[in-house]
Unconditional design. Structure first.
Length: 157
C-alpha cells in the first residue's frame, strides 16, 4: 500500500502500555474494560480564530462547537469529561473569548444533545454504522455497547 504514491506512507500503530491513539480518541485497555479519552497530538497549538478578528461569529465558534460537542457525545468517564472541559476552557481564554460565550454554547449543545438522545431512543434507527471487529476484541466491544446502551446488531462474516 505504501507504493501507491511516493509522498503517502501508511504506518501501523501498535498498542503501548495498554493504550492506543486513534483519530481523536485515546483508547485504554484496563483488564476487560476499554476507557476512552480525548486525544490531542503533541503538535496541537490550541490556536483558533481570535475573538477580535474580523470574522463572522459562527466561524469563530466553529472550533468550540466541535470541541464541546465531541466532549458531550463521546462515551468518556466523568473525570475525562471534566479534564476535557478544563482544556476547552483554556483555549478560548488564550484566544480572547469571553468565557460566558463558551458557557452559553456548552449549555445550548447540552440541550441539543439531550433532544437527540430522546429522539434516538423513541424512534427506530433507519441507518446503521457498521463496525467490523476481530474475534479477540469482540467481548470488550460488546461490553462497551452494553454499558452505553447502544443499539446494535451482530452479523457473522
Amino acid at each position: 500500500m505504501n507504493n501507491i504514491h511516493k509522498y503517502l506512507e501508511f504506518k501501523l500503530t501498535e498498542e503501548e502500555n495498554n493504550n492506543i491513539n486513534y483519530l481523536y480518541l485515546s483508547i485504554h485497555r484496563n483488564n476487560n474494560n476499554l476507557q476512552l479519552r480525548i486525544y490531542r497530538k503533541p503538535t496541537q497549538t490550541d490556536t483558533t480564530i481570535h475573538f477580535t478578528s474580523n470574522h463572522p461569529l459562527g466561524h469563530k465558534l466553529a472550533a468550540y462547537n466541535f470541541y464541546i460537542n465531541r466532549m458531550l457525545t463521546i462515551p468518556i468517564t466523568e473525570r475525562a469529561r471534566q479534564q476535557e472541559w478544563n482544556t476547552i476552557h483554556t483555549i478560548p481564554r488564550n484566544n480572547g473569548f469571553p468565557l460566558q460565550i463558551i458557557h452559553n454554547l456548552k449549555n445550548k449543545l447540552i440541550i441539543k444533545t439531550q433532544k437527540n438522545r430522546k429522539y434516538t431512543h423513541t424512534n427506530t434507527m433507519k441507518e446503521m454504522d457498521h463496525i467490523y471487529m476481530l474475534q479477540s476484541t469482540h467481548t470488550q466491544s460488546y461490553q462497551l455497547i452494553q454499558k452505553y446502551q447502544l443499539k446494535h446488531s451482530i452479523l457473522s462474516m
